[in-house]
Design a protein around this ligand. Structure first.
Ligand SMILES: NC(=O)C1=CN([C@@H]2O[C@H](COP(=O)(O)OP(=O)(O)OC[C@H]3O[C@@H](n4cnc5c(N)ncnc54)[C@H](O)[C@@H]3O)[C@@H](O)[C@H]2O)C=CC1
Ligand SMILES: O=C(O)CCC(=O)C(=O)O
Length: 390
């Protein structure tokens, strides 16, 4: 199922559970603004190459819009729209004062040199600089981008608006990035998994984990779960790894979803768990480190099998939560030590899990609908409080 159709279906189900007014429901679903820009750059060999970049600003009822920028050949408007919408519900689940946005460029970053990536990032920033900002829309890394990408955006943005470290998060620590942001999404996955397993009288130690994706999120999750005593029995070692991590074997990324294990952690692309493979999944728990890895049809199949799914907007909210800490530190001009960052992250993740469970109890629903009703309800309340006056 298309990412936007899947995300909107989950939203509509949550709106129904909450009994939202139909006009409010429609207004929450439609993005605030969709930006599409053409980015042409000279390649290293002197030829020109053109790419299409997107930024979808979904909602700002609760604060500045917030979300990553993805460089991937499959980036398209519907996908970015779905990811932006997920950010709106995710920041509300985490209860941080933001709305939601997401951006991307349709490109294969592995095929571009560092200087080509820098030129592309700078051209993209030139095209969107007047629509992002510290109190309007704050980008961060996502698939295919990293702290260096954020440094280029910060530098290009600052040419137009003066030095503005808080305009992006996930930037290098030397440029005002937060200690702990690099590991934050993986660390949040660890905290959320601990909270879920504790409900069933279990801990990380001794559980067998399969992790798909070994980029920023997957590699940190693997390292931290291994340190906590979990057994990472397989991982997808394409592209990147963490120096020193020696747990697990590397196998084909699609077949590993159906490997024998206790906990499956998809940490790469969306839609990888679908009606074609859901029935073959053997894990008891799925922790969605990736965004929208599970199609709604697969959700239904897995629910019948008794598999518990910790949804993306809760499980991977550690990244945007520490992005919020980074933004706060930039605005205050005061740096936190890493221990404080990690301690606060644990508090936020544990609270988000507890609030989600509360919604599950009051709406008699699964964890995905618990998180969606929590997020959608907070955004709906803020929207109504702000009013409709033109
Ligand atoms: N970076 C962050 O802070 C956050 C990332 N996420 C989500 O986590 C997921 C991973 O993001 P990052 O780790 O930042 O990206 P990354 O670019 O650092 O790593 C992506 C990983 O996925 C693998 N991969 C790519 N295509 C694949 C395929 N077809 N099958 C299997 N593996 C494949 C790559 O080899 C790489 O190991 C994405 O869904 C992203 O939206 C969610 C919250 C925050
Ligand atoms: O750190 C952020 O601002 C956003 C991270 C992100 O893109 C995500 O949570 O999917």
């Amino acid at each position: 199922m298309n990412a936007l159709a899947a995300t909107s279906r989950n939203f509509k189900q949550a709106a129904k559970l909450l009994g939202l007014d139909s006009k409010l429901e429609k207004s929450l679903l439609i993005p605030f603004r969709e930006i599409k820009v053409e980015c042409t750059i000279p390649k290293d060999d002197g030829t020109l190459a053109s790419y299409v970049g997107f930024r979808v600003q979904h909602d700002n009822a609760r604060g500045p819009m917030k979300g990553g920028i993805r460089y991937h050949h499959e980036v398209d408007p519907d996908e970015v729209n779905a990811l932006a919408q997920l950010m709106t519900w995710k920041t509300a689940v985490a209860n941080i004062p933001y709305g939601g946005a997401k951006g991307g460029i349709g490109c294969s970053p592995g095929d571009l040199s560092i200087s080509e990536l820098e030129r592309l990032t700078r051209v993209f920033t030139q095209k969107i600089h007047d629509l992002i900002g510290i109190h309007t829309d704050v980008p961060a890394p996502d698939m295919g981008t990293n702290a260096q990408t954020m440094a280029w955006i910060l530098d290009e943005y600052s040419k137009f608006h003066g030095y503005s470290p808080a305009v992006v998060t996930g930037k290098p620590v030397d440029l005002g990035g937060s200690l702990g942001r690099d590991a934050a999404t993986g660390r949040g996955v660890l905290f959320a998994t601990e909270a879920l397993l504790a409900e069933h009288g279990k801990g990380i130690a001794g559980q067998r984990f399969v992790i798909q994706g070994f980029g920023n999120v997957g590699s940190w999750a693997a390292q931290l779960i291994t340190e906590a005593g979990g057994k990472v029995i397989k991982h997808s070692a394409e592209n990147r790894g963490i120096k020193g991590f020696d747990g697990g074997d590397a196998v084909d990324p699609t077949s590993l979803l159906t490997e024998e294990c206790d906990v499956l952690i998809p940490a790469a692309l969306g839609g990888v768990i679908n009606k074609d493979n859901a029935d073959a999944i053997k894990a008891k728990y799925i922790i969605e480190a990736a965004n929208h890895p599970t199609d709604p049809e697969a959700d239904e199949i897995l629910a019948k099998k008794g598999v518990l799914i910790l949804p993306d907007i809760l499980a991977n909210s550690g990244g945007v939560t520490v992005s919020y800490f980074e933004w706060v530190q930039n605005i205050q001009g005061f740096m936190w030590d890493e221990e404080k960052v990690n301690r606060e992250l644990k508090t936020y993740m544990t609270r988000a899990f507890r609030d989600t469970k509360e919604m599950c109890r009051s709406h008699h629903c699964d964890l995905r609908m618990g998180a969606f009703t929590l997020g959608v309800n907070r955004v709906a309340r803020a929207t109504v409080l702000r009013g409709w006056e033109a």
